[in-house]
Design a protein around this ligand. Structure first.
Ligand code: FE2
Length: 364
């Protein structure tokens, strides 16, 4: 059997570059039930940035803002708006991960570097992926602190109530027209991922627009990266709208797993998070398509949660509206009941819903 040259233990964290990390951190705490666990900034000796680390079960989000005008962070925010900069991967050996991927064609961003404080040491290294997004390999087996050396553990001032968000299920990238296969090849050749599924424009098209998507996954299946590119349609595809507003390729959505989507989405809605809406007619056909499920159909319809089935089981999912003013990054909330797929049966209903929103923004 082939040995995996890039064993990955899971998603370590996702770092967002944002315009105002202090305010954004309250949004994720209040609306999404994340707990503020660590901070780095002027008070901890960091002069040019401030970072807030938010956690819920296995999910760690880092919100970073620049304190100076011409940094890599401020330029990223200037060009892309708030968005994902780092998809960090948890590894046992960040030096080897860097060497193995570089050997296979990765472009280096940060050479392996050991950093330490009184809680131990961490090794970090980074390589480029699509757009200005990077992958950072995080080796933390000799570290016991709150996040990384340089960060100070802090207590939450806000009393947050977690809403059952468990782990990152998948992270989706939007890339430029004609470049999907190039990035799929990058994940195959450079990172040893395998192509899991292909969706062509017949699977994902509406009257107006379409897209193509391929899903790549690492050896143990913990990391799944679908890659989308726009496809020709009568009007502007949602991927093109993203690329126009993000000014290039980047992370389109992060899917977060829950064990109880009815509870999670009920809480999110009560706290002001907005979701894409599918029309009630969706629920007339879905029962036949999906068959028996344990959840109450009325409850699902009330919360506008989507349902799909594959050979292995079913899944429940819902998509938020964009998380910032630009129509770029959004979240998916997903509950898997055996199903390992991505909700293909919902694509059409979903994309019609996205197009209604695009039309409201004057971008269709
Ligand atoms: Fe997704």
């Amino acid at each position: 059997m082939e040995t995996d040259f890039l064993p990955l233990n899971g998603t370590d964290h996702v770092e967002f570059y944002v315009g105002n990390a202090k305010q954004a951190s309250l949004y994720y705490q209040y609306c999404f039930g994340f707990e503020l666990v660590a901070y780095a900034g002027p008070e901890t000796g960091v002069r040019d940035r401030a970072s807030y680390v938010l956690q819920q079960h296995k999910i760690r989000f880092v919100l970073t803002t620049s304190l100076v005008p011409n940094s890599e962070i401020s330029q990223h925010v200037h060009k892309h708006g708030d968005g994902v900069k780092v998809l960090a991967l948890w590894v046992d050996d960040a030096t080897r991960s860097f060497q193995e991927t570089l050997l296979r064609g990765a472009v280096a961003v940060h050479e392996p570097k050991k950093i330490s404080d009184e809680h131990g040491e961490v090794v970090l290294s980074s390589i480029k992926t699509y757009g200005d997004t990077i992958h950072t390999f995080v080796e933390r087996k000799n570290y016991k602190g709150a996040f990384l050396p340089g960060y100070k553990a802090i207590k939450n001032n806000l009393k947050v109530t977690p809403i059952g968000l468990k782990h990152v299920d998948h992270c989706v990238g939007n890339v430029e027209l004609g470049r999907m296969n190039e990035w799929v090849k990058f994940y195959e050749d450079v990172m040893g991922f395998k192509l899991l599924i292909t969706f062509d424009d017949k699977d994902i098209s509406t009257e107006y627009s379409s897209l193509m998507s391929k899903v790549v996954s690492n050896g143990n299946g913990y990391i799944k990266f679908p890659i989308n590119e726009p496809a020709q349609g009568k009007k502007k595809s949602q991927i093109e709208e993203y690329l126009d507003f993000y000014h290039g390729a980047g992370v389109q959505h992060i899917a977060i797993a829950t064990d109880d989507i009815i509870h999670t989405v009920g809480e999110l809605r009560a706290r002001g998070v907005e979701f894409l809406r599918v029309p009630d007619v969706y629920y007339e056909d879905v029962k036949e398509r999906v068959g028996h499920i344990s959840e109450d159909w009325k409850e699902l319809q009330k919360l506008n949660i989507l349902i799909d089935r594959d050979e292995e089981g079913y899944l429940l999912q819902i998509f938020s509206k964009p998380l910032q003013d630009r129509p770029t990054l959004f979240f998916e909330i997903i509950e898997r009941n055996g199903a390992k797929s991505f909700g293909k049966g919902n694509f059409k209903a979903l994309f019609e819903s996205i197009e209604r929103e695009q039309a409201l923004r004057g971008n269709l």
